[in-house]
Design a protein around this ligand. Sequence first.
Ligand SMILES: [Zn+2]
Length: 398
Amino acid sequence: MHKVHKIALDPNDRQATALARAAGCARFAYNWALARWNELYEAHKADPSQPKPNQLALRRELNAIKRERFPWMLDVTKCAPQEAVINLGKAFANFFAGRAKRPVFKKRGIHDSFKCSAGTFKVFENRIQLPVIGTLRMREPLRHPDAKLVSVTVSRTADRWFASIAVEVPNDAPASPPDGGTIGVDAGTREFVLSNGERHEVPRALRKAQRQLRRAQKALSRRKRGSRNREKARRRVARIHARAANVRADWLHKLSDRLTKTFSIVGVETLNVRGMVKNRHLSKSIMDAAFAEFRRQCDYKAAWRGGRIVVAGTFFPSSKICSACGAKTKRLPLGRRSWVCESCGTRHDRDLNAAINLEQLAVSSTVPACGEFFASGVSGSPDTPCGLDEAGTKHRCA
Ligand SMILES: [Zn+2]
């Protein structure tokens, strides 16, 4: 299996310029290939005897013309434009398979990156040697020093450069999942509450970053377009964003690590996509991103460790069900932290009750023929090929 270790780089000024140039070259090649792809596709539509576009043909075409038309491309590693066109091919494959939107043109300064394939780069202890650019210092050594190198993607976030090094490691999934049983997680904006009563507060640094971000965004919106001060304000926003993302990822990695190492099944709520789009508060959007990131981490880590994630359906009312008797309360205002069940009189902490409901849901979940998880009244992940039947009680494959 492939694992990726992302490490911050310390380029000197000359190297930073070279990295930016390679990323710019990759972006140009990607945009050139995308434009060609669209042209070829139109030509094929008009006259089906014309070939359909594909990345291999586009790479050959680019190689044939670059010396003549884009001579500056020869100043950077040849991997940068090549891998960019391969990536475009993957982006179209994802689009055709319905996994992603149609590829769009890349903009300068947004997701700047380039990729080098195996054999073109080397890693020694705290250093990485990239073609043409030279040897750069890394902030930490590669976590899998003896593993076979697969590729490296060098990318920029705010003003910092990172190397995401992919390596081939043996599949070390254990024969049996962790034996801690099932846990439910209620992910809130202030804290994540587990069904065993544990509470994990959102880091103070993250909440502080949310406030700073709000201020920096306001300052940015007051600056004149195209001015030097606007550029400075834009960088400040990008830096705070990047820092918030780092703090968030670190906290979530520690939590998702512990959960997937301890419990065999983790029950979580589905991401409320509609609510996310509607909500325009930045601080809230940071936590929505945190939840999406948490789900992503739990998903792949559970797969490593033989456990699994059960996701409640969009309409599963985790907060409103009484975890003691199963009755559903009619009204539960968002601000109410605790409530008393009308049927059995149990007093509930809102978040803990939700977490217990998610745990119970996960316990009752079963695995149908297609391998997708579901529980009664609950669908698996919304993009499953199978899903529930019209009555909503059993999987179509069952
Ligand atoms: Zn009750």
